[in-house]
Design a protein around this ligand. Structure first.
Ligand code: PLP
Length: 394
Protein backbone atom coordinates (compact mmCIF):
# COMPACT_ATOMS: atom_id res chain seq x y z
CA UNK A 1 0.00 0.00 0.00
CA UNK A 2 1.28 3.49 -0.77
CA UNK A 3 2.06 5.73 2.26
CA UNK A 4 0.01 8.70 1.05
CA UNK A 5 -3.41 8.22 -0.51
CA UNK A 6 -3.84 8.79 -4.24
CA UNK A 7 -6.15 11.42 -5.67
CA UNK A 8 -9.64 10.51 -6.89
CA UNK A 9 -8.50 11.16 -10.46
CA UNK A 10 -5.57 8.79 -10.05
CA UNK A 11 -7.74 6.12 -8.50
CA UNK A 12 -10.33 6.26 -11.25
CA UNK A 13 -7.72 6.22 -13.97
CA UNK A 14 -6.20 3.16 -12.26
CA UNK A 15 -9.63 1.51 -12.09
CA UNK A 16 -10.47 2.37 -15.72
CA UNK A 17 -7.22 0.72 -16.73
CA UNK A 18 -8.15 -2.47 -14.89
CA UNK A 19 -11.68 -2.35 -16.31
CA UNK A 20 -10.39 -2.10 -19.86
CA UNK A 21 -9.03 -5.64 -19.40
CA UNK A 22 -12.51 -6.98 -18.57
CA UNK A 23 -14.67 -8.34 -21.39
CA UNK A 24 -17.91 -6.39 -20.79
CA UNK A 25 -19.49 -9.64 -22.09
CA UNK A 26 -18.46 -8.77 -25.66
CA UNK A 27 -18.21 -12.03 -27.66
CA UNK A 28 -18.81 -14.03 -24.49
CA UNK A 29 -20.63 -17.31 -25.12
CA UNK A 30 -19.34 -19.13 -22.06
CA UNK A 31 -20.87 -17.30 -19.11
CA UNK A 32 -24.03 -18.03 -17.16
CA UNK A 33 -23.95 -14.48 -15.78
CA UNK A 34 -24.69 -11.30 -17.70
CA UNK A 35 -25.08 -7.54 -17.26
CA UNK A 36 -27.34 -6.92 -14.29
CA UNK A 37 -30.54 -5.06 -15.13
CA UNK A 38 -30.13 -1.32 -14.51
CA UNK A 39 -32.87 -1.37 -11.87
CA UNK A 40 -30.90 -4.05 -10.01
CA UNK A 41 -27.68 -2.04 -10.24
CA UNK A 42 -29.39 1.10 -8.86
CA UNK A 43 -31.06 -0.79 -6.04
CA UNK A 44 -27.73 -2.43 -5.21
CA UNK A 45 -26.04 0.96 -4.87
CA UNK A 46 -28.86 2.23 -2.64
CA UNK A 47 -28.29 -0.58 -0.11
CA UNK A 48 -24.52 -0.75 -0.43
CA UNK A 49 -23.89 -0.60 3.33
CA UNK A 50 -26.66 -2.96 4.44
CA UNK A 51 -25.40 -6.03 6.31
CA UNK A 52 -27.81 -8.95 6.42
CA UNK A 53 -25.49 -10.62 8.89
CA UNK A 54 -26.77 -8.21 11.54
CA UNK A 55 -30.47 -8.18 10.78
CA UNK A 56 -31.50 -6.07 13.75
CA UNK A 57 -29.66 -3.09 12.31
CA UNK A 58 -30.99 -3.51 8.79
CA UNK A 59 -34.69 -4.27 9.13
CA UNK A 60 -35.46 -2.76 5.72
CA UNK A 61 -32.95 -4.89 3.82
CA UNK A 62 -34.16 -7.91 5.82
CA UNK A 63 -37.74 -7.29 4.61
CA UNK A 64 -36.50 -7.17 1.04
CA UNK A 65 -34.75 -10.52 1.51
CA UNK A 66 -37.95 -12.06 2.90
CA UNK A 67 -39.90 -10.65 -0.02
CA UNK A 68 -37.46 -12.29 -2.47
CA UNK A 69 -37.93 -15.61 -0.65
CA UNK A 70 -41.73 -15.16 -0.79
CA UNK A 71 -41.75 -14.27 -4.50
CA UNK A 72 -39.50 -17.19 -5.36
CA UNK A 73 -41.60 -19.53 -3.20
CA UNK A 74 -44.61 -18.45 -5.25
CA UNK A 75 -42.76 -18.87 -8.56
CA UNK A 76 -41.51 -22.32 -7.55
CA UNK A 77 -44.92 -23.56 -6.33
CA UNK A 78 -44.18 -23.75 -2.62
CA UNK A 79 -47.17 -25.15 -0.76
CA UNK A 80 -49.55 -22.68 0.86
CA UNK A 81 -50.15 -22.70 4.58
CA UNK A 82 -53.39 -21.62 6.20
CA UNK A 83 -53.40 -18.21 7.77
CA UNK A 84 -56.46 -18.16 10.06
CA UNK A 85 -58.97 -15.37 9.41
CA UNK A 86 -56.90 -13.56 6.82
CA UNK A 87 -57.53 -12.71 3.18
CA UNK A 88 -53.83 -13.09 2.68
CA UNK A 89 -51.92 -16.32 2.31
CA UNK A 90 -48.44 -17.50 3.08
CA UNK A 91 -46.07 -20.02 1.57
CA UNK A 92 -44.47 -22.62 3.80
CA UNK A 93 -41.20 -21.93 2.04
CA UNK A 94 -38.26 -20.49 3.91
CA UNK A 95 -34.71 -19.67 2.98
CA UNK A 96 -32.22 -16.90 2.47
CA UNK A 97 -30.00 -15.10 0.01
CA UNK A 98 -26.67 -16.81 -0.57
CA UNK A 99 -23.64 -15.77 -2.56
CA UNK A 100 -24.66 -18.13 -5.38
CA UNK A 101 -25.22 -21.74 -6.38
CA UNK A 102 -22.07 -22.98 -4.68
CA UNK A 103 -23.08 -21.74 -1.24
CA UNK A 104 -26.68 -22.88 -1.74
CA UNK A 105 -25.55 -26.40 -2.64
CA UNK A 106 -23.14 -26.57 0.30
CA UNK A 107 -25.81 -25.40 2.74
CA UNK A 108 -28.49 -27.71 1.35
CA UNK A 109 -26.23 -30.72 1.96
CA UNK A 110 -25.15 -29.38 5.35
CA UNK A 111 -28.83 -29.18 6.29
CA UNK A 112 -29.39 -32.80 5.23
CA UNK A 113 -26.38 -33.90 7.24
CA UNK A 114 -27.37 -31.98 10.37
CA UNK A 115 -30.90 -33.33 10.39
CA UNK A 116 -30.03 -36.87 9.45
CA UNK A 117 -27.11 -37.46 11.75
CA UNK A 118 -29.32 -36.51 14.66
CA UNK A 119 -32.34 -38.47 13.44
CA UNK A 120 -31.81 -41.29 10.97
CA UNK A 121 -31.92 -44.87 12.15
CA UNK A 122 -29.30 -47.23 10.89
CA UNK A 123 -26.75 -44.65 9.71
CA UNK A 124 -23.39 -46.35 10.15
CA UNK A 125 -20.22 -44.74 8.93
CA UNK A 126 -19.79 -41.92 6.43
CA UNK A 127 -23.02 -40.41 5.14
CA UNK A 128 -23.33 -40.18 1.37
CA UNK A 129 -25.34 -38.30 -1.21
CA UNK A 130 -26.07 -39.38 -4.77
CA UNK A 131 -25.66 -36.72 -7.44
CA UNK A 132 -25.66 -36.86 -11.25
CA UNK A 133 -22.30 -37.07 -13.01
CA UNK A 134 -23.28 -33.75 -14.61
CA UNK A 135 -23.46 -31.96 -11.24
CA UNK A 136 -21.57 -28.70 -10.81
CA UNK A 137 -18.11 -28.86 -9.20
CA UNK A 138 -19.52 -27.15 -6.11
CA UNK A 139 -20.39 -30.68 -4.94
CA UNK A 140 -16.67 -31.54 -4.94
CA UNK A 141 -16.34 -28.78 -2.33
CA UNK A 142 -19.19 -30.37 -0.37
CA UNK A 143 -17.28 -33.67 -0.30
CA UNK A 144 -14.11 -31.93 0.71
CA UNK A 145 -15.57 -29.78 3.46
CA UNK A 146 -18.15 -31.96 5.10
CA UNK A 147 -16.81 -35.48 5.26
CA UNK A 148 -19.67 -36.64 3.07
CA UNK A 149 -19.15 -39.20 0.36
CA UNK A 150 -20.40 -37.89 -2.96
CA UNK A 151 -21.54 -40.68 -5.27
CA UNK A 152 -21.96 -39.90 -8.94
CA UNK A 153 -24.74 -41.57 -10.89
CA UNK A 154 -24.18 -41.96 -14.63
CA UNK A 155 -26.15 -40.14 -17.31
CA UNK A 156 -28.45 -41.60 -19.93
CA UNK A 157 -28.12 -40.95 -23.66
CA UNK A 158 -29.91 -37.59 -23.26
CA UNK A 159 -27.50 -36.41 -20.53
CA UNK A 160 -30.14 -36.79 -17.81
CA UNK A 161 -29.29 -38.72 -14.69
CA UNK A 162 -29.88 -42.45 -15.10
CA UNK A 163 -32.43 -43.55 -12.51
CA UNK A 164 -31.19 -47.14 -12.28
CA UNK A 165 -27.72 -45.80 -11.59
CA UNK A 166 -29.09 -43.51 -8.86
CA UNK A 167 -30.87 -46.45 -7.21
CA UNK A 168 -27.76 -48.62 -7.40
CA UNK A 169 -25.81 -46.05 -5.37
CA UNK A 170 -28.33 -45.79 -2.51
CA UNK A 171 -27.55 -47.66 0.70
CA UNK A 172 -28.19 -47.33 4.45
CA UNK A 173 -25.78 -44.38 4.68
CA UNK A 174 -27.42 -42.35 1.91
CA UNK A 175 -28.90 -39.14 3.27
CA UNK A 176 -30.03 -37.40 0.11
CA UNK A 177 -30.26 -37.10 -3.64
CA UNK A 178 -29.49 -34.20 -5.91
CA UNK A 179 -31.15 -33.45 -9.24
CA UNK A 180 -30.08 -30.70 -11.62
CA UNK A 181 -32.63 -28.47 -13.32
CA UNK A 182 -30.47 -26.99 -16.04
CA UNK A 183 -27.09 -28.65 -15.80
CA UNK A 184 -24.07 -26.45 -16.35
CA UNK A 185 -22.68 -28.20 -19.39
CA UNK A 186 -25.72 -29.27 -21.41
CA UNK A 187 -28.61 -27.27 -19.96
CA UNK A 188 -30.43 -30.57 -19.48
CA UNK A 189 -33.05 -31.13 -16.77
CA UNK A 190 -32.94 -34.34 -14.72
CA UNK A 191 -36.23 -36.28 -14.26
CA UNK A 192 -37.01 -34.55 -10.96
CA UNK A 193 -40.45 -36.20 -10.65
CA UNK A 194 -38.86 -39.67 -10.87
CA UNK A 195 -36.06 -38.70 -8.48
CA UNK A 196 -38.78 -37.51 -6.12
CA UNK A 197 -40.40 -40.96 -6.18
CA UNK A 198 -37.07 -42.58 -5.33
CA UNK A 199 -36.43 -40.02 -2.59
CA UNK A 200 -39.85 -40.52 -1.00
CA UNK A 201 -39.59 -44.30 -1.18
CA UNK A 202 -36.20 -44.25 0.56
CA UNK A 203 -37.01 -41.36 2.94
CA UNK A 204 -34.26 -39.17 1.51
CA UNK A 205 -33.90 -35.45 1.01
CA UNK A 206 -34.02 -34.25 -2.59
CA UNK A 207 -32.14 -31.06 -3.37
CA UNK A 208 -32.69 -29.50 -6.80
CA UNK A 209 -29.85 -27.43 -8.17
CA UNK A 210 -31.71 -24.92 -10.35
CA UNK A 211 -28.97 -22.31 -10.02
CA UNK A 212 -29.18 -21.67 -13.75
CA UNK A 213 -32.52 -23.20 -14.74
CA UNK A 214 -34.59 -21.65 -11.95
CA UNK A 215 -35.03 -18.40 -13.85
CA UNK A 216 -35.44 -20.22 -17.18
CA UNK A 217 -37.70 -23.27 -16.82
CA UNK A 218 -40.77 -21.49 -15.35
CA UNK A 219 -40.76 -19.15 -18.37
CA UNK A 220 -40.39 -21.76 -21.13
CA UNK A 221 -43.38 -22.64 -23.32
CA UNK A 222 -43.41 -26.18 -21.91
CA UNK A 223 -41.86 -26.13 -18.43
CA UNK A 224 -40.77 -29.48 -17.02
CA UNK A 225 -41.58 -30.39 -13.40
CA UNK A 226 -38.65 -29.40 -11.20
CA UNK A 227 -39.86 -27.34 -8.26
CA UNK A 228 -41.86 -27.69 -5.01
CA UNK A 229 -44.88 -28.89 -7.02
CA UNK A 230 -42.96 -32.18 -7.11
CA UNK A 231 -43.74 -33.62 -3.66
CA UNK A 232 -40.30 -35.04 -2.78
CA UNK A 233 -38.35 -31.85 -3.48
CA UNK A 234 -37.04 -30.60 -0.15
CA UNK A 235 -34.76 -27.73 -1.23
CA UNK A 236 -33.96 -25.65 -4.31
CA UNK A 237 -30.97 -23.52 -5.28
CA UNK A 238 -31.83 -20.69 -7.68
CA UNK A 239 -29.50 -17.88 -8.70
CA UNK A 240 -30.81 -14.40 -9.43
CA UNK A 241 -27.30 -13.40 -10.54
CA UNK A 242 -27.56 -15.72 -13.53
CA UNK A 243 -30.78 -15.57 -15.60
CA UNK A 244 -32.48 -13.52 -12.86
CA UNK A 245 -30.61 -10.42 -14.09
CA UNK A 246 -29.64 -9.33 -10.60
CA UNK A 247 -26.25 -8.24 -9.34
CA UNK A 248 -23.44 -10.52 -8.14
CA UNK A 249 -23.56 -12.04 -5.50
CA UNK A 250 -27.20 -13.15 -5.56
CA UNK A 251 -28.12 -16.76 -4.97
CA UNK A 252 -31.14 -18.08 -3.11
CA UNK A 253 -31.58 -21.29 -1.13
CA UNK A 254 -35.15 -22.33 -0.45
CA UNK A 255 -36.41 -25.09 1.85
CA UNK A 256 -39.86 -26.65 1.77
CA UNK A 257 -39.80 -27.04 5.53
CA UNK A 258 -38.35 -24.74 8.21
CA UNK A 259 -36.84 -27.73 10.06
CA UNK A 260 -33.90 -27.99 7.64
CA UNK A 261 -33.18 -24.28 7.93
CA UNK A 262 -33.44 -24.60 11.72
CA UNK A 263 -30.82 -27.34 11.66
CA UNK A 264 -28.32 -24.85 10.21
CA UNK A 265 -28.59 -22.42 13.11
CA UNK A 266 -25.68 -21.37 15.26
CA UNK A 267 -25.98 -18.88 18.11
CA UNK A 268 -24.60 -15.39 17.58
CA UNK A 269 -24.04 -13.94 21.07
CA UNK A 270 -22.75 -10.47 20.18
CA UNK A 271 -25.13 -9.56 17.32
CA UNK A 272 -28.57 -7.95 17.33
CA UNK A 273 -30.05 -11.36 16.54
CA UNK A 274 -29.64 -14.50 18.63
CA UNK A 275 -28.80 -16.95 15.86
CA UNK A 276 -27.78 -17.28 12.25
CA UNK A 277 -28.38 -20.08 9.76
CA UNK A 278 -26.32 -18.66 6.91
CA UNK A 279 -22.85 -19.86 5.89
CA UNK A 280 -21.24 -16.45 5.72
CA UNK A 281 -21.56 -13.99 8.60
CA UNK A 282 -21.53 -10.54 7.05
CA UNK A 283 -23.80 -10.62 3.99
CA UNK A 284 -24.65 -7.87 1.59
CA UNK A 285 -28.16 -6.43 1.75
CA UNK A 286 -27.46 -4.84 -1.62
CA UNK A 287 -28.14 -8.18 -3.35
CA UNK A 288 -31.51 -8.46 -1.60
CA UNK A 289 -32.45 -4.96 -2.78
CA UNK A 290 -31.19 -5.63 -6.31
CA UNK A 291 -32.99 -8.96 -6.63
CA UNK A 292 -36.22 -7.69 -5.10
CA UNK A 293 -36.19 -4.62 -7.35
CA UNK A 294 -35.54 -6.45 -10.61
CA UNK A 295 -38.09 -9.18 -9.84
CA UNK A 296 -40.77 -6.61 -9.10
CA UNK A 297 -39.80 -4.48 -12.11
CA UNK A 298 -39.76 -7.29 -14.68
CA UNK A 299 -42.53 -9.44 -13.27
CA UNK A 300 -43.38 -12.79 -14.83
CA UNK A 301 -43.86 -11.23 -18.25
CA UNK A 302 -40.45 -9.52 -18.23
CA UNK A 303 -38.67 -12.78 -17.40
CA UNK A 304 -40.76 -14.64 -19.99
CA UNK A 305 -39.56 -12.19 -22.66
CA UNK A 306 -35.97 -12.53 -21.46
CA UNK A 307 -36.12 -16.32 -21.74
CA UNK A 308 -37.93 -16.11 -25.08
CA UNK A 309 -35.15 -13.88 -26.43
CA UNK A 310 -32.41 -16.27 -25.27
CA UNK A 311 -34.29 -19.26 -26.67
CA UNK A 312 -34.67 -17.50 -30.03
CA UNK A 313 -30.91 -16.98 -30.08
CA UNK A 314 -30.46 -20.66 -29.19
CA UNK A 315 -32.75 -21.83 -32.00
CA UNK A 316 -30.99 -19.53 -34.44
CA UNK A 317 -27.55 -20.76 -33.43
CA UNK A 318 -28.53 -24.41 -33.82
CA UNK A 319 -30.24 -23.81 -37.20
CA UNK A 320 -27.28 -21.83 -38.58
CA UNK A 321 -24.78 -24.36 -37.20
CA UNK A 322 -26.64 -27.19 -38.94
CA UNK A 323 -26.43 -25.29 -42.24
CA UNK A 324 -22.64 -25.42 -41.99
CA UNK A 325 -22.54 -29.03 -40.88
CA UNK A 326 -22.36 -28.88 -37.07
CA UNK A 327 -24.90 -30.83 -35.03
CA UNK A 328 -25.76 -30.27 -31.37
CA UNK A 329 -25.17 -33.17 -28.96
CA UNK A 330 -28.79 -32.82 -27.87
CA UNK A 331 -31.72 -30.61 -28.88
CA UNK A 332 -31.31 -27.68 -26.48
CA UNK A 333 -33.71 -27.75 -23.56
CA UNK A 334 -32.74 -24.25 -22.50
CA UNK A 335 -30.27 -21.61 -23.68
CA UNK A 336 -27.21 -23.86 -23.55
CA UNK A 337 -25.89 -25.56 -26.69
CA UNK A 338 -23.29 -28.33 -26.84
CA UNK A 339 -22.02 -28.39 -30.41
CA UNK A 340 -20.14 -31.31 -31.93
CA UNK A 341 -17.02 -29.98 -33.66
CA UNK A 342 -13.77 -31.72 -34.54
CA UNK A 343 -11.02 -31.13 -31.97
CA UNK A 344 -13.04 -28.82 -29.68
CA UNK A 345 -10.07 -27.81 -27.49
CA UNK A 346 -8.13 -26.49 -30.46
CA UNK A 347 -11.23 -24.82 -31.89
CA UNK A 348 -11.82 -23.08 -28.59
CA UNK A 349 -8.26 -21.82 -28.49
CA UNK A 350 -8.39 -20.58 -32.07
CA UNK A 351 -11.76 -18.86 -31.63
CA UNK A 352 -10.28 -16.85 -28.80
CA UNK A 353 -6.89 -16.14 -30.33
CA UNK A 354 -8.08 -15.23 -33.81
CA UNK A 355 -11.50 -13.70 -33.20
CA UNK A 356 -11.84 -12.96 -29.48
CA UNK A 357 -14.72 -15.43 -28.83
CA UNK A 358 -15.02 -16.88 -25.33
CA UNK A 359 -16.51 -20.37 -25.46
CA UNK A 360 -16.09 -23.37 -23.19
CA UNK A 361 -15.96 -27.15 -23.48
CA UNK A 362 -18.09 -29.95 -22.11
CA UNK A 363 -16.17 -32.70 -20.30
CA UNK A 364 -17.71 -35.94 -21.59
CA UNK A 365 -18.10 -36.03 -24.50
CA UNK A 366 -15.98 -33.06 -25.42
CA UNK A 367 -17.96 -30.50 -27.39
CA UNK A 368 -18.16 -26.71 -27.72
CA UNK A 369 -20.36 -25.36 -24.96
CA UNK A 370 -22.23 -22.16 -25.78
CA UNK A 371 -24.53 -20.26 -23.43
CA UNK A 372 -26.88 -17.79 -25.13
CA UNK A 373 -27.44 -14.94 -22.75
CA UNK A 374 -29.23 -11.56 -22.90
CA UNK A 375 -25.91 -9.88 -23.77
CA UNK A 376 -25.70 -11.85 -27.06
CA UNK A 377 -27.35 -10.73 -30.32
CA UNK A 378 -28.60 -12.46 -33.50
CA UNK A 379 -25.96 -10.56 -35.53
CA UNK A 380 -23.25 -11.91 -33.25
CA UNK A 381 -24.42 -15.46 -33.89
CA UNK A 382 -24.01 -15.13 -37.64
CA UNK A 383 -20.48 -13.75 -37.20
CA UNK A 384 -19.65 -16.46 -34.67
CA UNK A 385 -20.62 -19.20 -37.11
CA UNK A 386 -18.60 -17.62 -39.90
CA UNK A 387 -15.59 -17.55 -37.57
CA UNK A 388 -16.25 -21.12 -36.40
CA UNK A 389 -16.27 -22.24 -40.02
CA UNK A 390 -12.95 -20.51 -40.68
CA UNK A 391 -11.38 -22.08 -37.61
CA UNK A 392 -12.58 -25.61 -38.36
CA UNK A 393 -11.60 -25.34 -42.05
CA UNK A 394 -8.00 -24.46 -41.21
N1 PLP B 1 -25.05 -25.04 -10.00
C1 PLP B 1 -25.15 -24.94 -11.34
C2 PLP B 1 -26.11 -25.82 -12.08
C3 PLP B 1 -24.36 -24.00 -12.02
O1 PLP B 1 -24.46 -23.92 -13.36
C4 PLP B 1 -23.47 -23.19 -11.28
C5 PLP B 1 -22.61 -22.22 -11.95
O2 PLP B 1 -22.60 -22.08 -13.15
C6 PLP B 1 -23.41 -23.35 -9.88
C7 PLP B 1 -24.21 -24.28 -9.27
C8 PLP B 1 -22.48 -22.51 -9.04
O3 PLP B 1 -22.94 -21.20 -9.00
P1 PLP B 1 -22.00 -20.02 -8.44
O4 PLP B 1 -20.84 -19.95 -9.37
O5 PLP B 1 -22.89 -18.83 -8.50
O6 PLP B 1 -21.61 -20.38 -7.06
Amino acid sequence: MNVQGLSEREIFSYLENAKSEDTDYYRVLSSMCTHPHKIAAEAHRLFIEANLGDLGLFAGACKLEQEVVRMLGELLHAPLIDVPSADSYEYSVCGYLTTGGTESNIQAVRGMKNLITTGKKGLKGTPNIVIPESAHFSFDKVADMMGIQVRRASLDSEFKVDLASVESHIDANTIGLVGIAGNTEFGQVDPIDKLSEIALENELFLHVDAAFGGFVIPFLEKPQPFDFKVPGVTSIAIDPHKMGLSTIPSGVLLFRSPSVLESLKVSTPYLTTKSQFTLTGTRTGASAAATCAVMKYLGHEGYRKNVQYCMQLTTKLVAEARKVGFEPLLEPVMNVVALKVPNPDLVREQLLERFGWHVSITRTPRALRLVLMPHNTPEEIIIFLQDLKKVTAA
